[in-house]
Design a protein around this ligand. Structure first.
Ligand code: T6T
Length: 322
């Protein structure tokens, strides 16, 4: 009898330990900006790190289009579960996402912004948007400068170029535009002849770049600042039969763009490190919650520039979005 009681007590002890450990598993939520290979790759990186650290990662439904009207309802549903310990998300607007993310933060959920930031992205000074623990994402201004420099070199320092952007209220793509403009200034014979915003719709980018090619028959180069604007710009140049003649600089290493680069139908691709960004969000979030670690207000992974020369190098392959 004594033995049975001891055994039952031991089982209870083990069960309560197991349930305590289960209850202690942290739950992080990830809310992407749009369904595209960039965020799919980010999710993969985050999932791998979460599995390593024993964190449960809950991924919000991928918005089918870009913008607060798509992102906010999904975000609200995600945190309404009531069991989220930390949220990382890419705000689809520098201003429009402030109230909803502030509300989430005020409800006790720490927030990290990944890929894009709120306000001017400086979370270290007093403001109504300084509540996120950190911005984890690319130095887009620097990347824009690099693209301008590379495009200028491809054109021998002289030429007319067009910029295909997405949304004027999104930090990532606007910093790319500002960096690109600043980079071009170094070359007095490089001229930016136009900028359009496709609102992250590839078909619109095709139409806008096609119109720019017609309006500027002497156009020398195009820069598409993200997956859909870049793929649209590429499509427009190819449809006009101008690939090879008009230089195409793009951003985001999707399989589509990589294959085009291998065929020498476009000239360069700036690859961000979305997997690394997702992984860093989970890692820093974990350190913050379990060790009280202070997260740097900005964490900036690097980027890689694919060219026709290095696109087949074995070392370059890890930068292709998965
Ligand atoms: O370029 C990425 C991301 O960095 C940007 O904020 C939005 O567009 C992408 O997701 C690519 O579509």
């Amino acid at each position: 009898m004594k033995k049975i009681v001891i055994t039952i007590l031991l089982i209870c002890l083990v069960l309560s330990f197991v349930s305590m450990t289960c209850a202690a598993a942290l739950k992080f939520a990830f809310m992407p900006g749009i369904a595209d290979p960039f965020y799919f790759t980010m999710e993969k990186g985050a999932k791998a790190k979460a599995a390593e650290l024993g964190v449960e990662l809950i991924v919000g439904e991928y918005p089918k289009a870009w913008g607060p009207e798509y992102q906010v309802p999904i975000l609200k549903a995600l945190v309404a579960r009531g069991d989220i310990d930390l949220l990382f998300t890419a705000p689809t607007s520098t201003e429009a996402l402030i109230p909803v993310l502030k509300e989430i933060y005020d409800s006790g959920i720490p927030v990290i912004t990944v890929d894009t930031y709120l306000g001017d992205g400086d979370y270290s000074k007093p403001s109504n948007y300084n509540f996120p623990l950190s911005y984890i994402g690319t130095d887009n201004f620097l990347g824009g400068q690099v693209v301008a420099g590379q495009l200028a070199l491809l054109l021998g320092g002289k030429g007319k170029v067009f910029l295909e952007n997405t949304n004027p209220d999104v930090s990532s793509v606007m910093d790319r535009e500002l960096g690109f403009r600043a980079g071009l200034k170094i070359f007095p014979d490089m001229e930016l002849v136009g900028v359009e915003y496709c609102l992250d719709v590839q078909e619109t980018a095709v139409a806008q770049v096609s119109a720019a090619l017609q309006k500027n028959p002497d156009l020398d180069g195009v820069f598409g600042v993200n997956v859909f604007s870049a793929q649209g710009a590429y499509q427009a140049v190819v449809s006009a039969g101008l690939e090879g003649g008009v230089k195409i600089a793009t951003w985001d290493a999707t399989e589509t763009l990589i294959e085009a680069l291998k065929r020498k139908e476009l000239d360069l691709i700036l690859a961000q490190m979305p997997g690394e960004m997702g992984s860093l969000c989970v890692e820093w979030g974990f350190k913050y919650l379990t060790e009280g670690a202070e997260i740097p207000r900005k964490v900036i992974p690097g980027f890689f520039v694919f060219t026709q020369e290095n696109v087949n190098d074995p070392d370059s392959q890890k930068y292709i979005y998965k």
